[in-house]
Design a protein around this ligand. Sequence first.
Ligand code: ATP
Length: 388
Amino acid sequence: MARIELQDVTKRFDDVTAVEGLTIELRDGEFVVLVGPSGCGKSTTLRLISGLETVSAGRVRIGDRDVTDLDAAQRGVSMVFQDYALFPHMTARRNITFGITSSNDFDGDEIDRRVDEAARTLDIEDLLDRKPSELSGGEQQRVAIGRTLVRDPDVFLMDEPLSNLDAKLRVQMRAELQELHRELGTTTVYVTHDQEEAMTLADRVVVMAGGEIMQVDPPQRLYDYPDNQFVAEFIGSPSMNVVPVAVERGRRDGEYVAVHRDFEVPLPAKPSLEPVVGEPANFGVRPEDATPVDAPTEYSFDIEVSVTENLGDELLILGSVGDRDVRVRSENPREEFEPGETVHVECDPDRLHLFDPETGEALYHSEGAGEGVADPAEAAAASRGSES
Ligand code: ATP
């Protein structure tokens, strides 16, 4: 097991900067998921940790060693790839042992012991004599993971390992990977573009965009306190609704209010609101925090329904406010709404967000208003205040 540290790491491919100035410390035994849209630099980051790519600038440390200038084989890491990379003409057993046999680091008995142990852990003992073409996608992926287990690495690196599996198997393998990590406790860095996979697997999620880190936090914190609009919209499905407003004070007894041409929603008071008064902001509310109500309320606004999606246990209503599309959720899937109908939607006052329309930076999260709970936007506002 080992901690991993990237210090100001940049990777350029000719004129493409794949990652820029990454600084992050992953703790010993942690399961960290790198997530972000296609081309944001996730795989490159993983390959820089593994040694399959060399950095253009910066340092990489694994455990107590600076491995920046070491080959992949010397770094104590083991990698699982999206396409499994199994040899088609070899049995599962031979695929699993191939790397450690050719390294000459272990004798035959030790190799057998390790294969048996890995096969038991992954429940593939009966499949070891089959070739990859005789295995299902999920079984092939288990063999690929077996190949990394027998090396007993300090660090597991996984690049979209489940993306070739169908949805059901993916969920099953996800649970198995969690179980495996609980058992072995090996530091794991896992790449995916699937935010749901990131949220379910990770101790901490690293959200990347454009070769840079947007936020590093445990899943729930990322969801509740996105540092910026990019993270707010990327994490969560369907995405957070974002509508441009102006923040005003005093229209309703000195309360803070998000004012849109078509609605006004009060914002529970917090010090981070004061610098935003009189300014434009992007008002954010997640679909599940905006639900249909029979009559207008203090925290409601109206949407015009375009379509509904019945998900069996809940109803997703797609509509619009002004020229913005919004999605809201009803817990009652049997409720019926007609296209063109106006529906009152009530926001949960504890779950409102504001973002800077230019930088995307989070300006305000309403959760914990009045309870003295420190949130990142609050801390940033406080430090901006103390600097001025
Ligand atoms: P995906 O989810 O699509 O795999 P990613 O987030 O893993 O994307 P990377 O594969 O790390 O992204 O690529 C980051 C950027 O670097 C992209 O613009 C990509 O085109 C570029 N890139 C990656 N590898 C190379 C290479 N060997 N040569 C040139 N450009 C590269």
